[in-house]
Design a binder for this molecule. Structure first.
Ligand SMILES: Cc1cc2nc3c(=O)[nH]c(=O)nc-3n(C[C@H](O)[C@H](O)[C@H](O)COP(=O)(O)O)c2cc1C
Length: 266
């Protein structure tokens, strides 16, 4: 018997699979070959093995960086954070074949410990890689490499991404020119041995839904208050609003103090 999908589920072209799987931190791949450096952003990268530490980066056959990686058999993954948002997009818009991106952006670098490719200042983690093999998959080539050295900015990364101040968090590519930053770590709990998994897990799903609904209601309440204060021409402090909380408010009548998080969108 055919079980139909739940309401709200729609079919998409199979090509949407890659965008659905996007999510890891964007990496800037730096390369060096015969005196020239290049850099491109990638979102299609993945860990492949823990021991030895292998990573894979899928590069379209037309990328200039692919040529440099094949020739030098090395590259570095540099993980940019929020302040490099616009730079990342720029570096992904031009090819090193047409433009010296280091010259154009005056990117500052420091020396890697094991490879010749430069490491980018302003990033928050770095993985130095030695190429093992290149495997063709459709229109991309998977560059499989051994991680030979890793460096992290301790404000950004401890045993995991710390998700502290916004400027220390990595960028995650959504597609087009849109990115996201992770919000906060949330902890998952397992049922105890004596508990029935299906009951406990169903309860936890309901609990999580309630928590997210409660948070939304609290935000809506607070925004309602703010709108009323603004209409009355009162002093409004926007400093305690979370990023996603700011709706299209008409701020022209009230007296605003505090830093509204996304004012430029208004
Ligand atoms: C955020 C972002 C992620 C990208 N991810 C990839 C990727 O994983 N693989 C790829 O081949 N191109 C990717 N691109 C496109 C290349 O970065 C872009 O074509 C770049 O200009 C190629 O530079 P190059 O020719 O100097 O190597 C991405 C672009 C952006 C903006």
């Amino acid at each position: 018997m055919i079980e139909h999908p739940p309401d709200g589920v729609e079919r998409r072209p199979a090509t949407a699979a890659s965008r659905i799987l996007l999510g890891g931190p964007v990496a800037l791949v730096t390369t060096h070959d015969r005196g020239a450096d290049n850099v491109l952003p990638v979102a299609w990268h993945t860990p492949l093995s823990a021991e030895p530490p292998l990573v894979g980066v899928a590069l379209h056959q037309t990328r200039h960086s692919l040529e440099l990686i094949r020739a030098s058999e090395q590259f570095a993954l540099n993980i940019p954070a929020r302040p490099l948002l616009h730079l990342v997009q720029y570096l992904g818009t031009y090819s090193g074949e047409e433009l010296d991106k280091f010259d154009a952006t005056q990117l500052e670098t420091f020396t890697a410990t094991h490879i010749d490719a430069p490491l980018l200042k302003g990033c928050v983690a770095w993985v130095e890689c030695e190429l093992q093999e290149v495997l063709p998959f459709g229109d991309h080539e998977l560059c499989i490499a051994l991680a030979v050295a890793v460096h992290v900015d301790e404000r950004s990364f401890g045993e995991r991404w710390l998700l502290g101040a916004e400027e220390t968090r990595p960028l995650h590519f959504l597609g087009g020119n849109e990115y996201a930053a992770l919000d906060a770590a949330i902890e998952a709990r397992l049922p105890q041995d004596f508990e029935s998994p299906s009951n406990v897990l169903a309860d936890r799903i309901a609990e999580e839904l309630e928590l997210t609904e409660e948070a939304r209601e609290r935000r809506e309440e607070r925004l309602g208050e703010i709108e009323r204060e603004i209409e009355a021409g009162n002093v409004v402090d926007l400093a305690d609003l979370e990023d996603e909380a700011l709706p299209p408010l008409d701020l022209s009548t009230g007296v605003i103090i505090g830093e509204p998080p996304v004012l430029e969108e208004q």
